[in-house]
Design a protein around this ligand. Structure first.
Ligand code: ADP
Ligand code: ASP
Ligand code: MG
Length: 407
């Protein structure tokens, strides 16, 4: 007996039948004696459909109105799920983010949760109701509807679990756990029984879209026991844990391979080799609100510098325009933009105590004739930027080189 927050993603509520299956599942947990708060996403494809409509209205849709629009997807599923629960004799109540009072800042389309009022939910749970909350949305101080960024229902789930001090937060999706890499890319990917928060955070921030980054941050910060499971089949799923079980000799050095297809690369060639030049190049990019990822600077033979960095692919045109301007001011040779790169990363807390991970990685890529364009490392990850067309090959060969393949 306990309190469980369950989040069901888009595919898990993608049809009337799937919503009915979720209702059956929730009732199963009620019958086992648990209090249940459910967070749902919009039906699969719905958020994209709504964004498509917005793009037909305005070249850059107004952020406030965009939030009013896209938050409707989740409002549909909360009502439908409550109807399915009631049809089965289970009392239930739906809430939009604003109705719970999930208070956020006012950063439309990427708002951050500031506080959650648990009074309504507690009152319903005490009356034996299932509480069904719309994921992905909240409300700012002024009462405007806000949304939390793509994949944000994960964060709603974890944040509610933290606010309610739930015994577990269960993220139900279309795969039966967190895998060593995206199973859609490598069919030899293996489900992990456990993964540390630290590794999951790296995997998420390096591009694994199984969990929104903020949900993992939240779970780590508030120590919410988090589990990823399939809504389609029963199984233990993957537990995201705080412990690094160092006694486990079987623990591989690399736990997973992440990749990000959203990268684009920009180079400015022939800038003067003098103090402050990197700042002169990168500060205007930051001022234009563009996030920079990997940065590499190298000196050319004529003692000028080349500076190369990556940005989100959606920001390439804007970043390139800013950089062209900088190039003029610095009298640089040229600016080159490239939207055909991806980033592939190996992640594992085991790297801290093992040498040779980088050489295994580079050898595996060399064996496939994959050229590495940029490299960046941290304590528990190594990332490389490579040509887009090699993504699948790189992921599979690294998966195999680090002994992660299923038999
Ligand atoms: P939901 O709609 O339930 O939120 P998502 O599509 O956001 O589901 O996330 C589930 C998908 O994440 C899977 O279908 C899978 O293709 C992808 N994925 C990426 N990396 C991984 C990984 N390491 N393990 C499992 N799934 C992954
Ligand atoms: N419906 C939103 C999206 O598609 C939020 C979510 O599903 O987590 O991004
Ligand atoms: Mg998701």
């Amino acid at each position: 007996m306990g309190l469980i927050v369950q989040k069901y993603g888009g595919t898990s509520v993608g049809t009337v039948e799937r919503i009915q299956a979720v209702a059956d599942k929730v009732i199963g947990f009620r019958k086992a004696g648990h209090d249940i708060v459910v967070v749902v996403s919009a039906m699969s494809g719905e958020t994209n459909r709504l964004l498509g409509l917005a793009n037909q209205m305005q070249q850059t849709p107004d952020a406030r109105e965009l939030d009013v629009l896209v938050s409707t997807g989740e409002q549909v599923t909360i009502a439908l799920l409550c109807m399915a629960l009631k049809e089965r004799g289970q009392d239930a109540r739906s809430y939009t983010g604003g109705q719970v009072r999930i208070l956020t800042d006012d950063a439309h389309t990427k708002a951050r949760i500031k506080s959650i009022d648990d009074a309504n939910m507690r009152a319903d749970l005490n009356l034996g109701r299932v509480v069904v909350v719309a994921g992905f949305q909240g409300v700012d101080e002024a009462g405007n509807i806000t949304t939390l960024g793509r994949g944000g229902s994960d964060t709603t789930g974890v944040a509610l679990a933290a606010a309610l001090k739930a015994d577990e937060c269960q993220i139900y999706t279309d795969v039966d756990g967190v895998y060593t890499t995206d199973p859609r890319v490598a069919d030899k990917a293996r489900r992990l029984d456990r993964i540390t928060f630290e590794e999951m955070l790296e995997m998420a921030s390096l591009g694994s879209k199984i969990l929104q980054i903020r949900s993992v941050e939240f779970a780590g910060k508030y120590q919410v026991p988090l589990r990823v499971l399939s809504s389609f089949e029963d199984g233990p799923g993957t537990l995201i844990t705080i412990d690094e079980d160092l006694s486990d000799m079987e623990q591989p050095v690399v736990s997973g391979i992440a990749f990000n297809r959203d990268e684009a690369k920009l180079s400015i060639r022939g800038v003067p080799d003098s103090p402050g030049v990197a700042s002169k190049v990168l500060a205007p990019i930051g001022e234009a609100n563009i996030e920079v990822d990997v940065i590499v600077q190298n000196m050319a033979a004529d003692s000028t510098n080349d500076i190369t960095f990556t940005v989100h692919r959606n920001d390439l045109a804007k970043a390139q325009a800013v950089l062209e301007q900088v190039a003029k001011e610095l009298n640089a040779r040229e600016v080159i933009g490239d939207a055909t790169v991806v980033k592939v990363s190996v992640v594992g807390v085991g790297m801290r105590s093992h040498a040779g991970v980088a050489s295994t990685m580079f050898n595996a890529l060399a064996a496939e004739n994959i050229n590495i364009q940029l490299i960046t490392t941290s304590e528990i990850k190594i990332s490389v930027v490579i040509e887009e067309k090699y993504l699948e090959l790189a992921v599979r060969s690294l998966h195999s080189a680090f002994g992660l393949d299923t038999e």
